[in-house]
Design a protein around this ligand. Structure first.
Ligand code: SF4
Length: 475
């Protein structure tokens, strides 16, 4: 299978997890941010009132859109062209990069400014442009931080969520060659000063696309920093890159989706800026680019259409599932290894690149269902994780030890006498490694659990035995 995400980590998954678990600064930063974002979402939902009705409506819109994606894509493309823009359909990341590189060559571009875009991370755009000696500047504050740190985003909407303010101050002080405090105004002033000239001198602005409105051919961006507006209006050429599923059929639909996106992402009623761009600058416009290109990326998405995983294409990339996930809380985003982390990443990455690359991710979940409950478009994330696990087992991808264990379990549970005996043997065997009623240092696969929490010693009698005795009144 062709690899579509370019952030493949050569370090094995379990080592990445181990490293993350040993990083207290990471856990501190993620916990603070996760709590803030999760509480914000809950409060925003309470203010909204009937949040479940809104979620149902948002789900209906997304389902209808994805079921009719071909016709909405046609409508979108026709309306972008009517407004004077150019539309490019890219079947994979290489094609999308090649389209953007060709535009950059035609424009003899030397510098590019970007606003936050996960889809350009997915296709490795920055690296490709830098190979052409083009200066690429990320202008979203979080993206700017991680670009300076030479890292990748660890969260869909808060790319630098894994960094504390102190770490950011350290990074900016090094870049500015002067000591900065960890006060937010000082740090943001520094970033603003650094980025201003980049905006003014950029040949091309590249943005993502939160939603593209099919009925008008408009690209809609939400941001809190104003950088998206500068990126899309100051340079002479604007290129927007979107995953093919990011369509809202109408402005009325967009109203519902935007409400859910912003509330679920940051707990705001509306983001500070909502920017809608329709084609390049018109004669009567005060500003705007002379050229507008929309790159519509497939990159494995159409393979998901019509499968039992289709609901994952409803995702509006709000990050709410990351903000409630107990696994994400402990390991942060980088441990997942792909561009998309947390529950959505654990479902999406194996679909885009296969189980060879991302087979561990569906197991990076306690299946508590918090992600499904938080999702504003009601994607059954934990059900899809189970589907992945089932598919891997059916394909023979489960580890040998696990397969043998399950076979032995199936064999013994279908023979009650043997099962009773196995429980007794288990109880006695556990006596060698347990401390009273608790196993603190488990062997083999159990070690992964007992390294971080206790495991109860199996009970000395089964429930059936206890029940029989209870009935006789001698338990
Ligand atoms: S799966 Fe749902 S909660 Fe997670 S990012 Fe997508 S829309 Fe948000």
């Amino acid at each position: 299978m062709k690899q579509t995400q370019t952030q493949a980590e050569p370090i094995p998954f379990y080592r990445r997890v181990d490293e993350a678990l040993k990083d207290p600064m990471l856990q501190k930063a993620v916990t603070i941010a996760q709590d803030r974002l999760r509480n914000g979402r809950i409060q925003a939902g309470e203010i909204l009132g009937n949040v479940d009705e809104w979620r149902k409506r948002a789900e209906e819109i997304r389902r209808h859109t994805i079921e009719n994606l071909d016709s909405y894509l046609e409508q979108l493309a026709a309306n972008v062209q009517k407004a004077g823009g150019k539309v490019h359909f890219a079947s994979d990341g290489d094609e999308a990069v090649s389209i953007i590189k060709t535009i950059a060559q035609e424009k003899q571009a030397r510098s590019v400014v970007k606003s936050k875009s996960m889809v350009t991370e997915e296709i490795g755009l920055n690296e490709a442009l830098e190979e052409m000696n083009i200066d690429v500047a990320e202008t979203d504050l979080g993206e700017y931080i991680i670009q300076l740190a030479g890292e990748k985003p660890s969260h869909i909407i808060a790319p630098a969520i894994h960094k504390t303010r102190e770490q950011v101050a350290e990074l900016f002080s090094e870049k500015g060659k002067k000591r900065l405090s960890s006060e937010t105004p000082e740090l943001t002033a520094f970033a603003r000063e650094q980025l201003r000239n980049k905006f003014i001198n950029a040949d091309i602005g590249i943005s993502g696309c939160n939603f593209a409105v099919a009925e008008s051919g408009s690209v809609v961006l939400v941001s809190n920093e104003g950088n998206a507006r500068m990126t899309t209006t100051l340079p002479k050429t604007h290129i927007a890159v979107m995953g093919m599923e990011r369509i809202a059929p109408t402005w009325r639909d967009l109203d519902v989706l935007l409400s859910m996106l912003v509330r679920s992402a940051t707990g705001q009623k509306i983001s500070v800026y909502v920017t809608a761009l329709t084609g390049p600058r018109r004669a009567e416009d005060a500003d705007g680019p002379e050229e507008f290109h929309l790159v519509v990326l497939d990159n494995g998405r159409s393979d998901i259409l019509g499968t039992k995983y289709q609901d994952v294409l409803h995702c509006i990339r709000c990050g709410a599932c990351l903000n409630v996930c107990p696994v994400y809380r402990h390991i942060g985003g980088h441990a997942y290894g792909g561009v998309y982390s947390g529950p959505i990443g654990a479902v999406l990455s194996p679909l885009l690149d296969g189980y060879d690359q991302w087979g561990e991710l569906p197991y990076a979940s306690s299946l508590c269902g918090a992600c499904t409950e938080a999702c504003p478009v009601r994607i059954p994330l934990h059900d899809l994780l189970i589907e992945h696990r089932q598919d891997m087992v059916n394909q023979g991808d489960a580890p040998m030890g696990e397969r043998l264990l399950m076979k032995a379990y199936g064999f013994s549970t279908s023979r009650p006498g043997l099962y009773e005996k196995a429980l007794k043997w288990g109880y006695r065997a556990a006596g060698f490694i347990s401390d009273g009623d608790t196993i603190k240092k488990g062997p083999g696969p159990l070690k992964g659990w007992t390294d971080h929490r206790d495991f109860p010693r199996p009970a000395s009698q089964s429930f059936r035995e206890w029940w029989q005795k209870e009935k006789k009144g001698d338990s």
